[in-house]
Structure formats: structure tokens, C-alpha cells
Design a protein around this ligand. Structure first.
Ligand code: SF4
Length: 120
């Protein structure tokens, strides 16, 4: 059995939890303030995922960078490859906050979406 400290990143409280697990199965989770902590720990042990956030260049003269993020969390081990792909993407106006910039980004059903409006 393995025991380790883990910080829950689901909310800003950032509980510093103590978790015990074996063969990628959560055995015990302590020091979590709410029930989302063990769920986070379970996923983090079995298959950690993260929402990717970044910026991409635009074709606008007034807004040079567009904040972007994935619509869902993607496997943590794909983040490095995902950042390489993000560097090849450019935002073309007009765009609205929430528009899909890149459909099925890295994972089918997960899109790269823009984080602000971009006028022509
Ligand atoms: S365990 Fe609950 S309260 Fe603590 S950081 Fe996670 S979501 Fe927030």
C-alpha cells in the first residue's frame, strides 16, 4: 500500500489530503473538507486529467493574444503534446467567447474554446 499527500484542486480551498492506495485503487482519503476530495484522489491515482489553458496569437491588431482552454479535462500525459499543437493554432476574427477554435482537440468530444470575444 502506498501513502502520499495530495492537494485537491477542485476548488480554491485546496485541501491537503492524505491518501492511501494500492494498485491504482483508493483505500483511504483523509483531511478532505468535502466528498469531492476522495473523488478527485480516485481519479488522480487512476488517470489524472487537467483542463489545458493557454493563449494563441490572433489576426487582430488590437488583441494580439486570445485566451483558450479545453472544454473538458484531458489526460495529464497528453499536456506536453497538446501545448505543441496549441502553438500551431491562430485565432481568426470574428469570434465569441466560448466559440470552438479546434474541434476534437487531442480527445474526441473535447474542443479547444476561446475565452473572449474577438471583433474584426
Ligand atoms: S476536498 Fe472539497 S473543499 Fe477540499 S479542495 Fe477538494 S473540493 Fe474543495
Amino acid at each position: 500500500m502506498t501513502e502520499r499527500k495530495m492537494t485537491c484542486i477542485i476548488c480554491p480551498r485546496g485541501c491537503r489530503m492524505t491518501v492511501k492506495y494500492e494498485n491504482n485503487t483508493l483505500i483511504e482519503c483523509k483531511d478532505n473538507f468535502c466528498a469531492r476530495g476522495p473523488t478527485y484522489a480516485k481519479n488522480e491515482i487512476a488517470a489524472p486529467t487537467r483542463v489545458l489553458t493557454s493563449t494563441i496569437p490572433t489576426d487582430s491588431k488590437t488583441v494580439p493574444l486570445m485566451p483558450v482552454k479545453t472544454s473538458k479535462a484531458i489526460p495529464k500525459e497528453q499536456l506536453f503534446t497538446a501545448m505543441k499543437l496549441v502553438k500551431t493554432i491562430r485565432a481568426k476574427a470574428p469570434l465569441k467567447c466560448g466559440d470552438v477554435i479546434y474541434k476534437d482537440f487531442m480527445v474526441q468530444g473535447t474542443d479547444l474554446i476561446c475565452g473572449r470575444n474577438l471583433k474584426v
